[in-house]
Ligand binder design. Structure first.
Ligand code: VGL
Ligand code: ZN
Length: 199
């Protein structure tokens, strides 16, 4: 049993400099996360893992520009550049991220019709990834969040974790943001508002 777990969110090549959806300075989180690892007996990584032609890709929608919005049956959705395609180099974890000690790698976004920012629920906000059950089985009550991107996958994961009753600590310098149209400020305000402890 473990009381706490380290969550390493989407530290993948496509979110690092040179990647298809590069987050500025994204790879700067790696030494920070690696240095934190031994403090956590339970370490979990998430991996954004989309089939080719995924509905969150602008290229899957005739005439749509990357970073534009679309209405999906489950609500508004940002259309992203094609990224983290299953089995591609871009979907691989950054080679410098230490993963030998990870107990679980949870993949998300593999359902073609629904995007999944959160490590807990897909973007319809109801389809579970299974992570909640895993954590509860392990006795986890507190989560420390790191990774990419602060304003999308980290944010949705942190907010869902709070709603599910976990204590959540966000390590700010172990995260980096996409920061589109004020999305970072909004994300920080939302996370703090629902009780995420930012350190
Ligand atoms: C992410 C946009 C699309 C993320 C994943 O990991 O924050 N953002 N897919
Ligand atoms: Zn994605």
């Amino acid at each position: 049993m473990h009381n706490e777990a380290l969550l390493m969110i989407d530290v993948q090549n496509d979110f690092c400099p040179g990647g298809a959806l590069a987050v500025a300075d994204g790879d700067a989180v790696i030494p920070v996360i690696n240095a934190m690892q031994e403090r956590f007996a339970l370490r979990i990584a998430t991996q954004d893992w989309h089939p080719a032609g995924h509905s969150s890709f602008a290229a899957s929608h005739e005439g749509a520009a990357p970073f534009s919005m679309i209405d999906m049956p489950y609500g508004p959705q940002v259309l992203w550049p094609t990224h983290c395609v299953q089995g591609s180099e871009g979907a691989a974890f950054h080679p410098e991220l230490a993963l030998e000690g990870a107990a679980l790698i949870i993949r998300k976004g593999y359902n073609r019709a629904i995007d999944s920012y959160s490590a807990f629920f897909e973007n319809d906000r109801t389809t579970p990834t299974g992570l909640t059950g895993y954590l509860r089985d392990q006795g986890v009550t507190a989560l420390t969040m790191t990774g990419l991107a602060t304003d999308y996958c980290v944010r949705y994961s942190a907010v869902d974790a709070r709603k599910l009753g976990f204590e959540v600590t966000l390590v700010e310098n172990a995260c980096r943001a996409i920061d589109m149209d004020g999305s970072l400020a909004e994300a920080m305000a939302e996370m703090k508002g629902c009780g995420v402890v930012v350190v």
